[in-house]
Design a protein around this ligand. Sequence first.
Ligand SMILES: *[C@@H]1O[C@H](CO)[C@@H](O)[C@H](O)[C@H]1NC(C)=O
Length: 501
Amino acid sequence: MRCKSRWLWILSWLQSLVVFPLYVWTISPQLQRGRSIAITRGASKPSMRSPLKTSGKSSNTPRGCCVAVVGAGVAGLVCARRLRQAGIQVEVFEASDAVGGRVRTDTVELPGNAKEEGTFLLDRGFQILIEAYPQVKRQLDLKRLGLRSFAPGAFLAFGKGELRMVSDPIRSPKYILRTITSGIASIKDLLILLLLRFKQVFFEGPYTALEECQGTPPPNTESFMLGKLGLSTVLVDRFLRPFFEAIYVTPLAQQSSACFRFVLRMLAEGRTSLPERGMQAVADQLAEDLLVRLCSPIVEVRPTGVRIDAEWKDFDAVVLAVDLPAARAFLPELDQTDEGTRSSTWYFALPSPPPVSEPLIVLNSTLQTGPDEADLPRLVNVAFPSLVQPSYAPKGWDLAAVTVRGPEKLGFGESWVRHELGCLFGIGSLDAWRLLRVYHLDFHQPAQWPRTLQPRVPVASGIYVCGDHCAEPTLDSAMRSGQRAAEAVLEAIFVADLRRV
Ligand SMILES: *[C@@H]1O[C@H](CO)[C@@H](O)[C@H](O)[C@H]1NC(C)=O
């Protein structure tokens, strides 16, 4: 067995050096199997305080059960879909006017222009779809999303308009020279990363990094990169730190190395893309065929029902699928200490062409001065979604998404953002850039470190809970937690059903 896998390893390694498509072909297929089993196994044990009524309006079969899902974000939608598949009636309650939660898109026209000139697609906070996420592949029909992808890599902005390009030498060989000459990664760094990648691809499952740290908190990503992996400070400070701070909008020292390893693997395995109709299309697809009541804020939840305004509606089980701040308001017994991260995305319309031509994200790679910097606003990254997905901007225009770390109360304004952009691209005047809209995300993601990341289906007061705060702050985890909550509900229904017979 060992011998066989070593041979496979050597063989694939040789292949990867020679022919790239073979490499892809070798790693992808078998890795995905067994995944669904792992997830089902992760479902919680039947709860002792099973919130299911064994009498009342539910009929003799589980199929007569009716479950309420509060919140039509990604976790809630996935949960509802799974329950529906099992033949359970599900009603989803959403307080806002559309599904998606934090995965939403607005259609916006240029101020002062007629609608005929076209519209911009603004995701509520810049986001991307990582196609390799196991749950993304499982829950979504990616073909129907009309995806287009970023190139694997990034532009590193050193200030005063200096941009250097780094890219994945395996997936984007055409930029290999520019990467090597960028002076960012030493040969040693490249070898370390290559070895890590091969270890992940051949010896680990997709979720190994996350599973390994259950029970014991993993080191933070900064000490993992510099200490455990031994990467150079140049590579970390100029590329990996800005890159992962762009993903999580959190200082590297407050990120979990388990999330880093998981996402690194996902980035190596698949593309990062934008749907043709914006990220909202992801949520819309999940909501197809579901009964979702929009503009229906729930004011109280109990194991046996939910209250809208003054009216109580009875259910056999209730799943609370709202984000952490909202969940805390419903269930004070949830952990009240975890902080969330804050960020804002500033969308500008600019006449084509944008300052960069390749579909790569632009990272602020200026060195940070110290820990007290975490309290200052920082321009983290700039992306031009319309370079990747032309539907994001009308003809003749491009869209810039500028992500800034830090709470709104820091008081930075449009002129600060424009000044930073000017430094980044070395452009004196940004007069032609027109601010379309700003999204202040007071709760961008739940904090990821220090804490033990473990898949949880908390059953608080008999109510099932799911969302990214039940695991890691990724789209995949949000989906996985929804799936897990649904399995737990099904298990309880099944147990209650057996008892009745
Ligand atoms: C990038 O980050 C550094 C450090 O946080 C900051 O001082 C600088 O203003 C940022 N912006 C640009 C355009 O370099």
